[in-house]
Write a protein that binds this ligand. Structure first.
Ligand SMILES: [Zn+2]
Length: 111
């Protein structure tokens, strides 16, 4: 046994998350994101993750704004209908259909 082999590292049975090369104990580079075959691969992957996070954080407020917008739109419709019903009820308090109308509207709006 010479002991001076080219392959110093023991195969760890893992693969680099960036380039998919087998990882040995000699070239292993660990990070919070996973295991890599070199620091270069680790940095590459970290940069990729950071960019993905940036894109995500840029996208999220827009999606939230869209949800908020549709929610406010729904709220305004409900308010208008409530006002209209209130006015109707005030102007013509003896309409027996009004109770049913309110019920149907509520069912349609899901409130
Ligand atoms: Zn790699």
């Amino acid at each position: 046994m010479g002991g001076s082999g080219k392959r110093m590292g023991i195969d760890m049975g893992m693969r680099c998350k960036q380039c998919n090369q087998p990882i040995t104990s000699a070239n292993i580079a660990e990070s919070a994101f996973g295991t890599f075959c070199s620091d270069a691969c680790k940095e590459k992957y970290e940069a990729f993750v950071q960019r993905a996070h940036q894109l995500e954080s840029m996208r999220k407020p827009r999606a939230f704004a869209r949800v908020l917008k549709s929610f406010i739109g729904k709220l305004i419709v409900i308010l208008i209908l409530l006002v209209a019903l209130g006015v109707l009820g005030a102007v013509m308090p003896d309409i027996p259909v009004l109770g049913d109308a309110v019920r149907v509207l509520r069912e349609k709006l899901g409130v």
